[in-house]
Design a binder for this molecule. Structure first.
Ligand SMILES: Cc1ncc(COP(=O)(O)O)c(C=O)c1O
Length: 454
């Protein structure tokens, strides 16, 4: 059983040093809880291992996993960069005072407005995803009189073993320039000759929740061979960004490598290839998201009713849903959980934990081993720090949960729970709908008169 946290003398789950039953009472449920020490520990694991083994490197946190203004502060203090993929993520970073020079801006369809925001704020690197973006960014940069630092995102043609929705490095992907695209090198020559954009490196990202480290070795070989090809034509690109993707254990049968082990493998791979190909070592960037915040978070739900279908299945219902965690419906994600107010009670049955949305697929855990749950019990689901709150929606007009950051037992709210008022904040009623209740005669002949219209 994955068990993040400890058990206190009252038999309650403690997470980040806080009794989670008290967190639920103070902040309500559903609730996302993040352990600040765990986040910092994971950040340091990346930064320090790179510093020790490959000082010419940067760890860039992938904001898509979870982003808020408070997280930006932690990342800044820990010396990480920040990967953003939209104007909204960039705006969040800027609002938090995160140094724009440490921002890496991704996205396969950045708009002119988003690129302009990046240019005006002098973000550190823009990762250009396709030929259209190259020309759009070139003309925006000329108009603004700036020369942004860019990388090109390449798809190396590697297909790691993970869910197809989170594979991104294969040839048939919406992302990036194919590494074997015959137009790529001429285009690189064009960028360098034109001088509107300062091309310094290449980027790749093969996918997420990756356990097989061999996929990275193959990727590194392909990317370094591409740098060698350029090198032989007199083009030196000094930076290589290997993306993110290290997997985490959501259930006890999963055993990913530790962060330090993963970083060592990347570093050894790059050194080995540089030596084999006789090219200079590049500045190395890595973009972890899930492995930093994923295991550092739990989700708390209050149990309501239940339903038993004799000989088939028992459902227990909680006050969350696919609206705050769509990963089960999207990827068939699996989890483990405990009843946090009775965390010492042994499991007695296997149940399906269902949410409150109007979808049969609104399941949070298909097969949870739990003590017999009673209404009012508190369910804690482990490993929910990444791609949970970040993917939450207001489906069924459910307000998004609050997020609490716990530091050595002290909880602080970092994202407020949405209110019903928030849900209608952007709703508008056109003036004409305020007058009268009937459509003009004959406008909608949907209802026939009772006599049959004859
Ligand atoms: C370009 C890029 N970099 C980094 C990441 C982070 O991946 P992960 O959260 O699996 O580490 C992603 C996630 O999909 C990504 O698309």
């Amino acid at each position: 059983m994955i068990f993040s946290g400890t058990l206190n003398s009252e038999g309650h789950l403690e997470f980040g040093g806080a009794d989670v039953t008290l967190l639920a009472e103070s902040f309500g449920t559903p609730l996302y809880v993040l352990d600040e020490e765990a986040i910092r520990r994971n950040c340091r694991s990346y930064v320090q291992t790179f510093q020790k083994q490959y000082p010419n490197s940067e760890t860039v946190y992938a904001g898509k996993a979870f982003l808020s203004k408070a997280i930006c502060r932690i990342l800044e203090q820990e010396g990480l960069g920040l990967d953003v993929v939209s104007g909204g993520e960039l705006y969040t970073a800027l609002q938090a005072g995160f140094p724009a020079s440490r921002v890496v801006f991704h996205g396969n369809n950045k708009s002119a407005d988003e690129l302009s925001l990046a240019l005006e704020n002098r973000v550190g690197r823009i990762v250009v995803d396709n030929f259209y973006e190259l020309s759009l960014l070139g003309s925006l940069a000329s108009r603004k009189g700036v020369q942004p630092v860019i990388h090109l995102r390449l798809t190396p043609g590697v297909k790691p073993s993970t869910h197809t929705y989170v594979q991104t490095g294969q040839v048939d992907s919406k992302f990036g320039f194919g590494v074997a695209d015959p137009h790529l090198i001429p285009s690189i020559r064009g960028i360098l000759a034109e001088g509107r954009l300062n091309l310094v490196g290449v980027h790749c990202h093969i996918g997420s929740q990756i356990f097989q480290q061999e996929s990275y070795n193959v990727t590194i070989r392909i990317m370094m061979e591409f740098l060698k090809k350029l090198h032989d034509q007199g083009i030196i690109l000094a930076e290589l960004n290997l993306g993110g993707g290290l997997g985490i254990a959501y259930t006890s049968d999963e055993s990913p490598p530790a962060i330090a082990e993963h970083v060592s493998l990347l570093v050894q791979g790059v050194r080995r290839e540089a030596e084999r190909l006789r090219i200079p070592l590049p500045r190395l960037l890595d973009e972890p998201g899930r492995s930093i915040v994923g295991p550092s978070g739990i989700a708390l739900y209050r149990v309501g009713g239940s339903k038993e279908i004799s000989g088939k299945r028992k459902y227990i219902f909680v006050d969350g849903s696919m609206a705050d965690n769509p990963r089960v419906a999207l990827y068939g994600a699996r989890y483990e959980a405990v009843l946090a107010n009775r965390a010492q009670d042994p499991p007695e049955e296997t149940v399906t934990v269902a949410g409150k949305c109007c979808e049969s697929g609104d399941i949070l855990i298909w097969d949870a081993s739990l003590p017999v749950a009673r209404p009012g019990d508190l369910l804690a689901v482990f490993c929910t720090g990444a791609y949970h709150y970040a993917m939450a929606s207001n489906y069924n007009r459910l307000p998004r949960p609050a997020v609490v950051l716990v530091n050595k037992g002290q909880p602080e709210l970092i994202i407020r729970r949405e209110t019903y008022e928030d849900l209608v904040r952007n709703d508008l009623i056109p003036e004409r709908l305020n007058h009268g209740s009937l459509p003009p005669e004959g406008a909608f002949p949907l209802f026939l008169p009772l006599d049959g219209g004859g």
